[in-house]
Design a protein around this ligand. Structure first.
Ligand code: NAP
Length: 245
């Protein structure tokens, strides 16, 4: 069981959605954010809130500092407190560096890296004050081994790994843990966007011979939020089918 109150950013689809379902099944109450797909977010809430309301949604752009502050405040009101956060919202805008537009660089840095700062910053003081809290960032194996066409994305994902190392050293003495997961390729819209040709190329390098199911990432995140991970901090748990081994 995991009867905790958790905020998940970018929860309407993909990994975030699987995390929510896994947490709800374990007994948690969850608030999630999304950027623009209101219908999808609403559908997920309907699916979950059949008997009682245990899932709440908030439209909030991760790049906006003020909005992160307001979202965390609202999440605490809705849930009656906060025990953990999954900083999951992220985007790709793949291109070879010499063809990459300034916008594609800036958007990925803003969403993935500044978004991480915004939500860690918005939750940090509360967790320190209550002397408990778990922060899990969803990084990527792209930040560990690099992927051609993803210099912007790899930069942010490597940045998150450094971020959790530093931040965990600041808040450890207050009983707050900060970790990351680094998934390999996962069957989500992000994977679909790569196209069949690139997917086939990538699968050749995965020892387990397939991309991950979203549930396989969600279970690891749930573990890092649970009491079973109480002595783990500053770490990045790689879940990549052996890709980076
Ligand atoms: P996804 O299926 O594309 O879903 C992205 C989610 O993030 C959606 O809920 C989306 O909301 C939300 N989002 C996007 N930009 C946002 C913003 N600016 N503010 C708030 N929410 C925003 O993504 P995914 O594949 O599950 O990836 C989730 C995380 O896992 C990302 O950090 C990604 O880097 C990481 N990851 C993914 C893979 C993979 O292969 N899929 C591998 C390694 C790591 P809307 O629906 O409203 O747009």
């Amino acid at each position: 069981m995991l009867e905790k109150k958790i905020l998940v950013t970018g929860g309407s689809r993909g990994i975030g959605r699987a995390v929510i379902l896994s947490l709800i099944n374990a007994g948690a109450k969850v608030v999630f954010t999304y950027k623009s797909n209101h219908a999808l977010a609403e559908q997920l809430c309907k699916e979950v809130n059949t008997d009682s309301q245990r899932l709440f949604m908030i439209a909030a752009d991760a790049v906006d500092f003020e909005s992160a502050q307001k979202t965390v405040k609202k999440a605490k009101e809705l849930l009656g407190g906060l025990d953990g956060i999954v900083i999951n919202a992220g985007i790709t805008r793949d291109n070879l560096l010499w063809s990459m537009s300034e916008n594609d660089w800036d958007d990925v840095i803003a969403t993935n890296l500044k978004g991480t700062f915004n939500y860690a910053r918005a939750t940090a003081f509360g967790f320190v004050k209550q002397k408990a809290g778990s922060i899990v960032c969803v990084s990527s194996v792209s930040g560990l081994i690099g992927v051609s066409g993803q210099t912007n994305y790899s930069t942010t994902k490597a940045g998150q790994i450094g971020f959790v190392k530093s931040f965990s050293k600041e808040v450890g003495k207050f009983g707050v843990t900060v970790n990351a997961v680094a998934p390999g390729f996962v069957m989500t819209d992000m994977w679909d966007a790569l196209g069949i040709k690139k997917q086939e190329q990538l699968i050749k390098d995965i020892p387990l011979g397939r991309p991950a199911f979203t549930e396989e990432i969600a279970e690891a995140i749930k573990f890092l939020l649970s009491k079973h991970a109480s002595y783990i901090t500053g770490q990045t748990l790689v879940i990549d089918g052996g890709l980076s081994a």
